[in-house]
Design a protein. Structure first.
Ligand code: ADP
Length: 153
């Protein structure tokens, strides 16, 4: 079985992530969306909320799993016996950043990173922009799947 993990913060899940995961399940038998937990980082959404947003968005897609992990992504890959890391690319800045991480990961473990180019219509979407829109009371709903909603709104 060909398995991949799609690691990130998903604070929150966006239509950009959603597109990459949807296309990832066409390439792999299983895609584990892996939420990296960094104790030093402040998140807008709790881990539980971020997990629920993804689980609900893919409720009808049994090939998508959601987990959280701490530590190095390659160590987590070994732990769950996964040989591929899935990542999305939006622009040259993403490429440079991702290249350094992918090379480092290859030094650490025999794990391949597979890149999918963002869909044109979601190429401008980033979780940080969604958080900014939310903080400023803008309509964030066009940028995220339906499962991503702020409580009491
Ligand atoms: P980070 O790892 O910086 O917390 P995210 O959680 O936002 O990043 O993203 C996880 C993965 O999703 C990364 O590979 C990132 O490039 C990708 N990604 C984020 N937004 C988009 C988008 N709009 N289109 C395609 N890929 C995206």
């Amino acid at each position: 079985m060909k398995k991949a993990i799609f690691p990130g913060s998903f604070d929150p899940l966006t239509l950009g992530h959603y597109d990459i995961i949807k296309r990832g399940v066409k390439l792999f038998d299983e895609v584990t969306v892996a939420i990296g937990v960094n104790a030093a980082k402040k998140y807008m959404f709790s881990l539980q909320e971020r997990i629920e947003f993804i689980e609900q968005a893919f409720a009808n897609e049994p090939k998508v799993k959601v987990v959280s992990y701490k530590g190095l992504t390659v160590d987590f890959c070994k732990k769950i016996n996964t040989k591929f890391i899935l990542r999305g690319l939006r622009n040259p800045a993403d490429f440079e950043f991702e290249k350094a991480i992918a090379h480092t990961n290859r030094d650490l473990a025999p794990i391949e990173t597979v890149f999918l180019l963002t869909a044109a219509k979601t190429s401008y979407i980033a979780s940080s922009i969604v958080r900014d829109v939310i903080r400023n009371n803008g309509d964030y709903t066009k940028l995220v799947p339906k499962s991503v909603r702020i409580k009491n709104t």
